[in-house]
Design a protein around this ligand. Structure first.
Ligand code: HEC
Ligand code: HEC
Length: 444
């Protein structure tokens, strides 16, 4: 289970990161609990102010001074952080004094003076995930009682009501797109689309269901995957310092499988490969969202049109010229579509060519159009049927990818086209095998 470390099981690096990550992890608690994406949000009704909060005995000004200002001045994270990584904070909704706060909230449509309990600000505060973090649940209850009490008192304070709404701005200044992007469910979604979809390549050694041998040898931290739970996996990676928000591209989640940092699991993907780019783009995006670096919608990364989902099926190409050893090679698979081959590739794999034997092997990912995506599809790997395919082989002959993570294959990199058919099982040890010598044998 995530987080179940025994003492001494935590690597030094992780320990250092844990301190830095304490606040971050505190506000990340929800990730373990919420199952998936939007399913975790419930719109709760606003509870009635408890009898222990005698709002009637205080004037609205006293209420504001005693209950609202301290929230604005507090160092601790507000309940908003349970769902918003950055960008929105309750203290952004409190100005220096009661009159200006009331006027600005009213002008922003966040206070309903006729039905104070229906105020939009209270709805923001009352929003909670399906399974709340207990500490943040207490914070939320306090915040809600304070704002509910003050808004009720303020809305029946004739002096405040008579004052005219001001144009002084209140709340977050970020555009809606940025708020949305830095929401935890969106960040989790980005993790699923860029990283989790490739977990089939890591599960044999990093899932506690399959890695007993590695656990004995390397300790419990090798089980950083929580089976069938991307939220818990992301939380674990962040808490253990395997994601480095200060230097995202130095995260062990990337540098280990790239082999830049020694990895007992060896090189899992190459610099410049699609997987490398996906991991990098997730890590950079994650760091920017957590640290509140996005200010404008134009700064947000654009979602790709296709998602590549690992199938667990391997393709091996033999008899490649030894002079291409170490070069990045991509295979695109096209499906037989009536009398011709499909226009778009349906699956892809990238990796380096083995310089010793001129072989290439990679676990294949199915390319799925974003328009056809469902949450189930994203989290359930499936096999490509064993039918007729055309494999187009691209090789980075000039080694342009070597130190360029933004490397792109071009049509000029096409090296061979090979047709294949028949059964295709899953697993590293049962690859489909093609020989580069057959490169001419293709039907139009
Ligand atoms: C349970 C998760 C959750 C919590 C906690 C939460 N929000 Fe949100 N917030 C959301 C979701 C989901 C949306 C998008 C709502 C939509 O699109 O209808 C959102 C949207 C917003 C927006 C965008 C504008 C709008 O009207 O939708 C603002 C501003 C906002 N929240 C502020 C806050 C503040 C301030 C807090 C803390 C007091 C807070 N949120 C707490 C989930 C949450
Ligand atoms: C053949 C087994 C194997 C595969 C497959 C494998 N790894 Fe590993 N990995 C290991 C072992 C063993 C360790 C622990 C020793 C070490 O750090 O090198 C490790 C360590 C790690 C660590 C550091 C964990 C820690 O807490 O220190 C990360 C991160 C990592 N691997 C990422 C990956 C990713 C991402 C993939 C899939 C793309 C992957 N690994 C695939 C065997 C594997």
């Amino acid at each position: 289970m995530a987080g179940c470390y025994t003492d001494g099981g935590m690597p030094d690096l992780a320990r250092r990161h844990v301190e830095k990550a304490l606040l971050k992890s505190f506000i990340q608690q929800w990730l373990t609990r919420c199952a998936l994406l939007s399913a975790c949000f419930v719109c709760s009704s606003i509870p009635i102010l408890s009898a222990a909060e005698p709002s009637t005995s205080l004037t609205s000004a006293e209420f504001f001074a005693r209950r609202i200002l301290p929230i604005a001045q507090a160092q601790r994270a507000s309940s908003c952080t349970e769902c918003h990584f950055s960008g929105v904070e309750l203290k952004q909704y409190v100005l220096a004094d009661e009159a200006s706060t009331f006027a600005a909230l009213r002008a922003a449509g966040l206070i309903d003076v006729v039905q104070p309990d229906k105020s939009k600000l209270l709805q923001f505060i009352a929003r909670k995930p399906e399974r709340e973090d207990p500490a943040l649940a207490r914070v939320r209850t306090e915040e809600l009682a304070a704002f509910q009490g003050w808004i009720a008192a303020a809305a029946s304070n004739p002096a405040l009501l008579a004052s005219s709404p001001t144009a002084q701005s209140i709340g977050t200044e970020l555009p809606l797109e940025v708020i949305r992007h830095a929401r935890r469910d969106h960040v989790l979604n980005a993790f699923i689309e860029n990283v989790w979809v490739e977990m089939e390549r890591c599960v044999n050694c990093h899932s506690p269901e399959r890695n007993e041998r590695f656990r004995k040898e390397h300790g419990e931290q090798v089980s950083w995957i929580t089976p069938r739970d991307p939220a818990a996996t992301l939380k674990f990676l962040a808490d253990q310092g395997l994601i480095d928000v200060d230097a995202p591209e130095k995260s062990l989640l990337l540098s280990k499988p790239l082999g830049i940092v020694e990895h007992a699991g060896h090189v899992k993907f190459a610099v410049g490969s699609r997987t490398d780019r996906q991991f990098r783009s997730f890590l950079n995006d994650y760091a920017a969202a957590v640290q509140g670096k996005y200010r404008k919608a134009s700064e947000l990364p654009k979602p790709g049109k296709e998602i590549a989902i690992a199938t667990g099926q391997h393709l091996r190409v033999t008899d490649l010229p030894l002079e291409f050893g170490g070069r990045l090679m991509r295979v695109l698979l096209f499906r037989r579509d009536g009398e011709s081959w499909s226009k778009h590739p349906i699956a892809t794999g990238d990796s380096g060519i083995n310089p010793k034997n001129g072989q290439w092997q990679n676990s294949f990912c199915e390319l799925v159009d974003r328009a056809n995506l469902t949450p189930e599809r994203l989290t359930t790997p499936r096999l490509l049927p064993g039918e007729r395919y055309l494999a187009k082989i691209y090789i980075d002959r000039e080694n342009r990818a070597a130190d360029n993570p933004a490397f792109e294959f071009m049509e000029a990199d096409l090296y061979a086209e090979i047709e294949t058919a028949g059964d295709w099982q899953s697993g590293y040890l049962k690859p489909k095998i093609l020989s580069a010598k057959e490169k001419a044998s293709v039907e139009p």
